[in-house]
Design a protein around this ligand. Structure first.
Ligand SMILES: *Cc1c(COP(=O)(O)O)cnc(C)c1O
Length: 495
């Protein structure tokens, strides 16, 4: 092995760098009257100085640059993380949201002074309504799960206003974990619906679960197996027949943009992750945006404010008549809205259709390149993603999907989503997205085939991976169960 070329990452918090006398600012001399702090604070001031890092400017710059370069993102390599749509986001959308006219706005400005921003939001509401096939949109929710909560609270308010609150919400066994979590947070009982052998909702089972105590079904279509439910019209009709509503998890819309609309499938509500489908990069914890589109029946319950346009073309913020209230301060994450608007306008209507075609083509191409190595439990044309099973590899070689994922890091590729959805053994859930070239897809398939060959020859090699990353295998259970998040200054640390 060659000598290490960079400092190890561990043990180097900003607090542990520098020296007591290091500073990066020189305060100017005091040019106001020197009021004694103890007079102002009358005895409440601290007696010990706070323990702060003492570093020079260049040490700060290097510290954060080193941390950033230890990270992996879409700009560093292929990131085929199923269900999360880790696609390349056009840099021009970053430019657009940083335009001083947008970035410099204050949320307390009177509407008359921010007509351009309101017009942008109104046009985005209209565009998302058209994409969703549903008439009313709120831009408030800050993420997908937050959109789910908003949509389901609107559904609950609707049933309650009808004097029929109901108790249960149906969720398929392939659902994203946020779906049952949302249902529980809204005070409903979660009822699981099994999938059939084609990977869709088991309609016969669904019919036995539907009754007048069901408030809604939460469905993802195409679902987390990347499969479009062939019975969607029958499903939403059966749900409506018992007076329940149909909620669609539209976190990832890139497979159906301009091709099919959840409203036309019979859904009453849908959230859309702007930070997955529409240009904002994600993965670092925000900011995101999860607008919700709803039917006419649910529109009066949307959180306020929404943007309205009067006959004279003046835009204003209004609160729908029976609003569930605010779900977010001000108008939502405005910068994310600007990116989504810029993306939709730049790509255009026919461009959105091409996004869907390319996302689906890329996923099917990759699926065909890999299916002889990893079995495909649901063998159908997929939409934007597909799920392979590592069950056979585990039986034959002892190598688990987790080991394959860790080994991919040594080849500079982010692993796909693993062990989800839960209904596939040793699942590998792959979403190439519409933004990757054929060369990248070919290289990825080649690397996975190499890893499969390595698994057959030397299971230990994979079980010890990764070898080239800043940190090796972490104890993920300990990270969740015993997080060590507070830094305690050593005895006698300089103030
Ligand atoms: C990402 C995702 C969500 C949750 O979105 P967040 O913005 O992370 O809250 C919900 N459902 C599906 C299918 C997703 O992929």
């Amino acid at each position: 092995m060659s000598a290490p070329t960079r400092e190890p990452l561990t043990g180097t918090l900003i607090f542990e760098r520098g020296a007591p006398e290091s500073r990066c600012v020189e305060s100017p001399a005091l040019d106001v009257p020197d009021v004694s702090l103890s007079d102002v604070l009358s005895g409440r001031q601290r007696t010990e100085p706070p323990v702060l890092p003492h570093v020079t400017e260049v040490e700060i710059a290097r510290h954060y640059e080193r941390l950033a370069s230890a990270n992996f993102g879409v700009d560093s390599g292929f990131y085929p993380l199923g269900s999360c749509t880790m696609k390349y986001n056009p840099k021009i959308d970053e430019w657009a949201c940083r335009l001083p006219g947008f970035a410099g706005l204050h949320p307390y400005q009177p509407p008359a002074t921010v007509q351009g921003a309101l017009e942008l939001m109104w046009e985005l509401q209209e565009a998302l309504a058209e994409i969703a096939g549903l008439p009313a949109v709120t831009l408030q929710p800050a993420a997908g799960a937050h959109g789910e909560l908003t949509g389901l609270l609107a559904i609950r308010a609707y049933h309650t206003a009808n004097g029929d609150p109901r108790a249960r919400v149906l969720v398929p066994d392939s659902a994203h974990g946020t779906n049952p979590a949302t249902v529980a947070m809204c005070g409903y009982e979660v009822v699981q619906v099994p999938s059939d052998e084609r990977g869709g909702v088991d309609v016969a089972a669904l019919n036995t679960l539907l009754d007048t105590d069901v408030a809604a079904i939460m469905l993802t279509n195409p679902n987390t197996l990347g499969l479009f439910d062939e019975n969607i019209l029958e499903i939403t009709a059966a749900v409506h027949a018992v007076g329940a509503l149909a909620y669609c998890d539209g976190a990832n819309l890139n497979a159906i943009l301009g091709k099919s609309r959840p409203g036309d499938m019979g859904f009453d509500a849908l959230h859309i992750n702007l930070h997955k489908t529409f240009a904002t990069p994600h993965g670092g914890g925000g900011p995101g945006s999860g607008p919700v589109a709803v039917s006419d029946a649910l529109a009066p319950y949307l959180p306020g404010p929404v943007v309205a346009r009067a006959a004279d073309g003046v835009f204003s913020l209004v609160t729908p008549e029976r609003s569930i209230g605010r779900v977010r301060s001000f108008v939502g994450n405005f910068g994310v809205l600007v990116r989504a608007y810029a993306y939709i306008r730049a790509v255009g209507g026919s461009g959105l259709t091409e996004v869907a075609e390319q996302a689906v083509l890329s996923a099917n191409y990759l699926k065909e390149l890999l299916r002889d190595v990893w079995p495909l439990p649901y063998d159908r044309v997929c939409k934007h993603e597909f799920v392979l099973s590592g069950g056979r590899m585990r039986k034959q070689t002892g190598v688990r999907t987790l080991d394959v994922a860790k080994r991919l890091l040594d080849y500079g590729i982010h692993p796909p989503t693993i062990y989800f959805p839960l209904i596939v053994e040793e699942a590998l859930m792959i979403e190439p997205t519409e933004t990757e070239s054929k060369e990248t897809l070919d290289r990825f398939a080649g690397v996975l085939r190499t890893i499969a060959a390595e698994a057959a020859e030397d299971a230990g090699l994979l079980q010890g991976a990764p070898y080239s990353t800043p940190v090796r295998r972490l104890d993920e259970a300990a990270a969740v169960k015993r997080p060590d998040l507070a830094w305690v200054p050593p005895e006698g640390a300089p103030g």
